[in-house]
Design a protein around this ligand. Structure first.
Ligand code: 5RP
Length: 231
């Protein structure tokens, strides 16, 4: 299937294009891993068009679960499956090796759990997300609230500046009841080592670097159409 674009397409239209293109990675009878965010919302809308041909989805957030359910797509608990053929999700950044920064929508922990269940991670993104080195987008890190200050100081020692994410005037509370630090000023040249290092800090629930759970494929929305990157 070809998914051509015209130069006039907006960022929203590019999201729709890659959301539809991701259907090529869904097979009859699948339970599909579904991410979170505005690009994934376009994918969920497209998935609704073939819902009678799939078994359902495992969702990475309350928001995606609500959208899937509203469209009549069955949502399975992650504990009900041994593995998933495919996980489809957006990214805040992706590099030329398929390493990503995720968590702009605060769903990074469940996203990493569902990604770990999947044989293949298909990232859907517009071309503004492709970067040479991760770190331009402030890195989301889900933390246990009592550890936030100490973790912020550990990032400062690496040259980062961590800020507690707020929503409606109060610290944002994730689907898991925790907080998010957004860390600006990092340049993540070795994403695998960086992810492993931060994972060991007490109180870190999930770091938004997806190097151990990197993309296998990225469908990138460009003015010329969908560009497929394989890693
Ligand atoms: C949510 C995520 C999203 O995938 C990421 O923020 C990209 O979102 P969008 O498609 O809205 O740009 O990681 O936690």
């Amino acid at each position: 299937m070809t998914h051509a674009a015209s130069p006039a397409l907006s960022q929203d239209e590019l999201k729709t294009l890659v959301g539809q293109a991701a259907l090529d990675y869904v097979n009859e009878g699948d339970i599909v891993g579904v991410g979170t965010g505005s690009t994934v919302n376009r994918f969920i809308d497209a998935l609704a068009g073939i819902k009678s041909r799939i078994r359902g989805a495992v969702s990475s957030s309350e928001a995606s679960t609500a959208r899937l359910a509203a469209l009549g797509i069955a949502v399975f608990d992650a504990n009900a499956v041994d593995e998933l053929p495919v996980y489809i999700d957006g990214a805040d950044e992706i590099d030329g090796h398929g390493h990503m920064v995720k968590g702009g929508g605060a769903a990074l922990t469940r996203e990493k759990i569902v990604a770990a269940l999947a044989c293949r991670f298909v990232c859907i993104a517009d071309e503004s997300k492709l970067v040479p080195v991760l770190g331009r987008f402030p890195l989301p890190v889900e933390v246990i609230p009592m550890a936030a200050h100490r973790i912020a100081r550990q990032f400062a020692a690496l040259g980062g500046h961590a800020a507690l994410r707020h929503k409606d005037g109060a610290p944002l509370v994730t689907d898991n009841g925790q907080h998010i630090l957004d860390v600006a000023g990092l340049s993540i040249s070795d994403p695998l080592a960086f992810e492993s290092q931060v994972n060991q800090w007490p109180g870190v629930v999930t770091v938004g670097v997806f190097a151990h759970q990197k993309a296998s494929v990225c469908l990138l929305g460009t003015a010329q159409g969908v560009r497929t990157l394989r890693f």
